[in-house]
Design a binder for this molecule. Structure first.
Ligand SMILES: C[C@@]1(CC(=O)O)c2cc3[nH]c(cc4nc(cc5[nH]c(cc(n2)[C@H]1CCC(=O)O)[C@@](C)(CC(=O)O)[C@@H]5CCC(=O)O)C(CC(=O)O)=C4CCC(=O)O)c(CCC(=O)O)c3CC(=O)O
Ligand SMILES: NC(=O)C1=CN([C@@H]2O[C@H](COP(=O)(O)OP(=O)(O)OC[C@H]3O[C@@H](n4cnc5c(N)ncnc54)[C@H](O)[C@@H]3O)[C@@H](O)[C@H]2O)C=CC1
Length: 188
């Protein structure tokens, strides 16, 4: 059974820590910033890839710390993503997060994750998050590509029109609901 509960997090409202500055650190930082360029993200690692340094230069919310992980870096953090090449370090970060009730993702160990990152389809304001329950991230990526291909660019116009109608509709909640369901019947 897939018991993952999907939520859309306002990541700009949180303090995020990424531990590890290799390919995985870069992938996860890119995922965060492509959704929320202004997100506050601290990344700590003794070796930090040049692409990460370049990303940090373009994103004032990103702070880089060239150091080995220490528990003190968890202070004030809400969300942690760890992807070092040292399993013992990953395990330690996870344990430290659990003690502090901080949500943690250990990129290469699904069993240690409180949450997974998803493949993300974006068309204007529409965002579709895809997960395979950890079974095949590559399938998630491919399915994202399929959805990106089939969703029309005109979708944003549809959303804008529906917002305008939604804001204009008078009446109580039930009446608005019925009217919006009626108008959007064609989408079924
Ligand atoms: C559980 C999860 C935890 C998490 O990372 O959050 C996880 C775990 C692991 N990934 C691994 C490998 C790869 N991951 C990708 C890609 C992505 N991985 C992502 C998410 C997730 N990956 C979470 C589950 C998501 C779900 O529920 O479906 C995506 C969707 C989002 C993102 O990372 O931002 C992003 C696609 C973004 C996009 O393009 O849309 C590719 C392909 C590629 O990069 O092209 C490969 C190589 C091919 C392969 O192995 O499949 C390994 C083996 C590591 C090893 O062998 O050492 C593990 C560990 C394990 O499974 O044990
Ligand atoms: N979930 C995923 O999407 C994937 C996970 N992986 C796994 O993730 C791990 C990391 O992979 P890469 O990023 O490619 O490795 P990498 O070798 O490119 O980078 C490792 C990073 O960990 C940092 N690091 C090492 N010790 C540290 C410490 N004590 N504190 C803080 N940072 C520390 C290094 O400085 C470096 O920045 C590997 O074990 C790999 O098997 C690999 C591919 C995909």
């Amino acid at each position: 059974m897939n018991t993952l509960f999907p939520i859309f997090v306002k990541i700009e409202n949180l303090q995020t820590l990424v531990v590890g500055g290799g390919y995985v650190g870069l992938e996860k930082l890119t995922a965060l910033l492509s959704n929320a360029p202004a997100a506050s993200v601290t990344l700590v690692a003794p070796d930090i890839r040049i692409e990460i340094t370049e990303l940090a230069e373009q994103h004032p919310g990103v702070t880089l710390i060239t150091d080995r992980y220490k528990a003190e870096y968890l202070t004030g953090k809400d969300l942690v993503i760890v992807g070092t090449n040292d399993k013992a370090v990953n395990r330690q970060v996870q344990a430290d997060c659990k003690t502090r009730r901080i949500l943690v993702n250990v990129a290469d160990t699904p069993d240690l994750c409180d949450f997974y990152l998803s493949s993300v389809v974006k068309k204007g304001d529409l965002k579709v998050a895809i997960s395979t329950n950890g079974k095949s991230p590559t399938f998630a990526k491919r399915f994202r590509e399929v959805l990106e291909e089939i969703l029309p660019d005109s979708l944003q116009e549809t959303l804008d029109n529906l917002t305008a109608i939604r804001n204009k509709l008078k009446g109580d909640f039930q009446e608005k609901l019925e009217r919006l369901n009626e108008i959007t019947k064609v989408l079924k």
